[in-house]
Design a protein around this ligand. Structure first.
Ligand code: NAD
Length: 510
């Protein structure tokens, strides 16, 4: 099998879309994504062409394959996905290298992303399937049976380009759906390598399809009446656009997993060393490009000075650089546009009054990549109209807030349209629970950063962060639809006055 070329010196060989079990470069492309390595802009990864017609073909292929795939036994489908899991393990280094080359994520971190893919099938088999098991209430003839939705479109962001795709593809396929996957236009090579992995597993043709492209192709997938569900992970702006194109299709399952403006709350009795260390991880891992990033740290008064001093010392020492180096904590931002957008949002924040404690900015003017240094700001005046205080920045910046007490800290933590993750640093379980009871978030951690999640638990958030908590354990719930069955004539169970004679003997099936 041809493998994607991952060597930085040579371009990858773009193989086109993966439709009906075959890679094909579109004959009449609508355009191409020219992808460069964000750590070295001289390194052209490749030009990945896309086509609207191909997107329609992929949907059709998925439609045509779906009934036969759903008709297979569950055991059969699980065995097929076991082969996918084996193929992921087999190609793990290629996949991690592609993530590093396209996202700029340090290689050690890209490897962790790929490693956590292996556990997804177990989550589905061990716990997920129980959640969507057919059932018969006592005294009912018939019961509830779960059916696959049909064709599911999986639209992914750039920051976890393999794990997030896999997290939806596995439960979708296990439950008898077929899939059209659109990777981010920032990570076309990862999309290609992932499709190669599925190809290695020899699934029946059309069960899994991959189409390259950006927003146009994603919108086409979302709008198609032949797609029964859209599993979207990305920004709130794109999520809203998808919601708008699906507004006339109320029957379409729309799963929206969006951003965060997460706060870590550090209380007076916290272990400050621990809090500083964990908040650094939360704020700057993946160069802040995580939906779960600890972009805000709220510190109560007594420990604020000490926390800020130590946090700044440690933030200045973070190693930013070549994502392939073993001792790099932060690589570049994933594209020039992403870096520009982030720096623009920080600059606006300063105009709005945020005080720079560490400037950040372009890391090294001579570097041929989108390197940005960590920054720290203090918000001295809270404002509902500040974009810096309410929007997701998605880069290596942490905003510090001082709070006079625990109640003020909770109020600040909740002062955001998002509601994805919060975390609390305190030695007191009572204080932790007090914060946890009041903070609006889908995930609340104790003495840990806001980043990091366990796929055996539900994942997702409130408000602008999304709708169904559909990453992790509960993904499978949204891949199926319940159908209720009553399988006994009503004449068997009730009398019908004025209707005339009922059958002499109650109906019994053969
Ligand atoms: P994005 O919204 O720019 O793009 C996400 C995907 O949507 C891409 O594949 C893109 O091509 C596609 N797209 C763009 N316009 C579209 C349209 N009109 N219709 C359909 N598809 C369209 O997001 P991004 O910059 O790639 O990723 C970062 C965002 O993702 C952040 O907001 C982050 O918080 C969020 N995210 C959320 C989670 C989560 O689980 N909640 C996880 C990771 C990332």
């Amino acid at each position: 099998m041809t493998q994607a070329v991952l060597n930085d010196k040579r371009a990858a060989i773009p193989r086109g879309n993966y439709i009906n079990g075959k890679f094909r470069v579109p004959r009449h492309a609508d355009g191409a994504i020219e992808k460069r390595n964000p750590a070295n802009l001289d390194d052209v990864v490749g030009a990945f062409s896309f086509s609207r017609v191909a997107a329609d073909e992929a949907i059709l292929a998925a439609r045509e394959a779906q009934r036969a795939w759903a008709a297979r036994s569950l055991e059969d489908r699980i065995n097929a996905i076991r082969k996918v899991r084996a193929a992921v393990v087999n190609r793990r280094e290629d996949l991690a290298a592609a993530i590093t080359r396209e996202v700029g994520k340090p290689l050690w971190e890209a490897r962790r992303e790929v490693e956590s893919m292996a556990g997804r099938l177990n989550v589905v088999v061990d716990a997920g399937l129980r959640d969507v098991a057919d059932f018969v209430p006592a005294g009912v003839r018939g019961g509830c049976r779960y059916r696959p939705l049909g064709v599911i479109g999986v639209i992914c962001p750039f920051n976890f380009p393999a794990l997030l795709a896999h997290g939806f593809v596995v439960p979708a396929l296990v439950t008898g759906n077929t899939v059209v996957f659109k990777p981010s236009d920032v990570t076309p090579l990862v999309g290609q390598v992932y499709a190669e992995i599925i190809d290695d597993a020899n699934l029946p043709k059309g069960v899994f399809n991959m189409v390259q492209g950006g927003g146009d192709i994603g919108a086409r997938l979302a709008a198609s009446p032949r797609v029964d569900g859209i599993f979207f992970t990305g920004s709130v702006a794109t999520g809203r656009a998808i919601e708008a194109v699906c507004a006339t299709q109320p029957g379409k399952m729309l799963v929206l997993e969006m951003g965060g403006k997460n706060a870590s709350v550090v209380l007076d009795d916290a272990d400050i060393d621990l809090a500083v260390h964990e908040c650094l991880i939360g704020g700057y891992i993946t160069s802040g490009q995580r939906c779960t990033a600890s972009s805000r740290v709220v510190v109560t008064r007594k420990v604020a000075d000490e926390f800020v001093k130590r946090f700044m010392e440690r933030a200045k020492a973070i190693r930013v650089g070549d994502p392939r180096a073993a001792d790099t904590f932060m690589g570049p931002l994933a594209s020039e546009a992403i870096a520009e957008r982030f720096l623009g949002r920080v600059a606006l924040g300063r105009k709005e009054g945020a005080v720079a404690l560490i400037d950040g900015g372009r890391f090294d003017a001579r570097a041929k990549g989108n390197f940005v240094a960590p920054s720290v700001h203090e918000v001295v005046a809270r404002s509902g109209s500040s974009a810096y205080q309410s929007d997701e920045l998605f880069g290596p910046d942490v905003a510090i807030y001082r709070a006079k007490n625990i109640d003020a800290a909770i109020e600040i933590a909740n002062d955001t349209p998002f509601g994805l993750v919060a975390s609390v640093f305190t030695k007191s379980e009572k204080s932790y629970r007090a914060v946890a009871n009041e903070v609006r978030a889908g995930l609340i951690n104790w003495n840990r950063p806001t980043v990091g999640a366990d796929a055996r638990l539900p994942f997702g958030g409130a408000g602008a962060s999304g709708n169904h908590r559909a990453v992790g354990l509960h993904a499978i719930r949204w891949c199926v639809t319940p159908v209720s069955h009553l399988e006994e004539p009503v004449g068997n169970v009730e009398k019908w006055p004025g209707l005339g004679p009922a059958p002499k003997t109650p109906y019994e099936p053969d």
